[in-house]
Design a binder for this molecule. Structure first.
Ligand code: 4NP
Length: 149
């Protein structure tokens, strides 16, 4: 299974989702490939936001290796599942879909925890709340493993 996590900047939320999901998949002895991307290219090549790296470190997760990149249409071919953080990310990714097959790969992450509610992982870039964001993503990733493994 190849999973791509997606947010706007690929520096706050989706890097955490990538790291958390990859760690859980590894613990579950699943041979998953996990990557992340942003719908904007605003932070291309940058490490994750220092606040995301800090909360990850506090929780025992290393995301220092990650570098931001932009979501590209070819990601629909590379990945089986595309997990977006909010409905704006959803719209931005769906806009690029070429087929129902592409569209079917795109899921709102928190629908794994709160089915059909289309809840957002709040964007912490301006507002903060990285601990809460981590907890929301962590709980949803447990469900992703349960349902997709
Ligand atoms: P992310 O957060 O989408 O969770 O990575 C953001 C990062 C950067 C910006 C917005 C959101 N920005 O406006 O640069």
């Amino acid at each position: 299974m190849k999973v791509l996590t997606v947010c706007l900047g690929n520096i706050c939320r989706s890097p955490l989702a990538e790291g958390i999901l990859a760690a859980k998949a590894k613990s579950a002895h699943l041979n998953w490939y996990v990557d992340s991307a942003g719908t904007s290219g605003w932070h291309e090549g940058e490490k994750a936001d220092s606040r995301s790296r800090e909360i990850a470190k506090e929780r025992g997760l290393d995301i220092e290796y990650q570098r931001s990149r932009k979501f590209v249409v070819a990601d629909f071919d590379q990945f089986d599942l595309i997990l977006v953080m909010d409905s704006s990310n959803y719209q931005n990714v769906i806009k690029l879909a070429r087929s129902d097959e592409d569209r079917d790969k795109v899921k709102i992450l928190l629908n794994y925890s709160f089915p059909r509610q289309n809840r957002a992982v709040p964007d912490p870039y301006y507002e903060g709340g990285f601990g809460h964001v981590y907890d929301l993503i962590d709980a949803a990733c447990d469900k992703v493993i349960e349902q997709e493994a």
